[in-house]
Design a protein around this ligand. Sequence first.
Ligand SMILES: *[C@@H]1O[C@H](CO)[C@@H](O)[C@H](O)[C@H]1NC(C)=O
Ligand SMILES: *[C@@H]1O[C@H](CO)[C@@H](O)[C@H](O)[C@H]1NC(C)=O
Length: 355
Amino acid sequence: MSRYLILALIYMLFLQQLASCYKFPIVINTWPFTNATKAAFHTIYDERKSYLDAIVAGCERCEIDECDGTVGPEGDPDESGEVTLDAMIMDGKTMDVGSVGCLRNISSAIRVARAVMDYTDHTLLVGELATNFAVEMGFKRTDISTGRAQAVYQKWLKNHCQPNYRQNVSPDPRSNCGPYSPNPTNWFQTNPHHESRSNKGIGPTNHDTIGMVVIDTQGNIASGTTTNGLGNKIPGRVGDSPVVGAGSYAENGKGGAAGTGDGDIMMRFLPAYSAVQMMGRGVDPMTAASQVLKPITAHYPKFAGAIITINSQGIFDISGRVRNTPLALPASGAQDARYSLRLCLLSLFTIWTND
Ligand SMILES: *[C@@H]1O[C@H](CO)[C@@H](O)[C@H](O)[C@H]1NC(C)=O
Ligand SMILES: *[C@@H]1O[C@H](CO)[C@@H](O)[C@H](O)[C@H]1NC(C)=O
């Protein structure tokens, strides 16, 4: 009797595993950066490396390709002409996170984020001191503000330092370069910021970020981001990308999410965290993605940004508000079902031996 029960159980496990075989592993990311999607998929699928390795490989591909000039070295510089990088990686199995903000002089921010996760108990390291940590861990200090970054910088200077993210300072930042000093406080003046923000032209070439989520055949979920941040940002600015729950979030059994767009706004609402918790309560990925943008657009009607969501069953979707620009496209890498099946049966075997 009990033997039949065990056989039935094994059979059910097998069927369940077989069903998930056609879906996992799966890689989705923001924007049509298909080189990155393929690199992540190749890493977890052909090289049989982990879901975390897939995130690193995918994000690093974009750093090397300098995707849209918004990821990696030689991208959009800050007000002083320097390129600084933000990145994060999250392990939805252990809830470990490694991230870096305003990282100077290192090309691969996602690898440094991984090093923070692997070699420290911390979550986030920033600035020059994060660079020192990276060098200790074997990374090479280089100039990442060369080439395209200098051309962008010169153009910005010629354009009277526009777009510009200062407010309430003199001289008028809408037509003048710095240095700036604060205006005397006028208590009767309402904050002009909400309206002016939409005129900064936040679009595909100056926004940010690749955000990526990977799920392996065992249901382990990882997320990651990497970017050089908003073009012409004020030196020291860190965007949403390295902030847990803003740039991305992953939690086994619930799902993963990653954002792209106006990070200064998005990080005030933790959309990735909210979306994953919603999916954990059974809300479908499409509803979750659009629901988490609602409070943002309620406060900032001209907000530009998007979020990708994927639940633990591998169903993914996107919601976004980006004026006149293509929406981020999630791309699935699960194309070769035969190969997937083989990998899957292997993972079934691991489940058995582990138990
Ligand atoms: C994708 O990779 C190919 C070959 O490695 C490269 O030639 C191409 O420029 C990359 N695409 C982008 C958008 O960077
Ligand atoms: C670090 O970056 C700065 C700003 O781009 C650059 O001037 C400097 O040469 C870089 N340092 C090294 C060691 O490459």
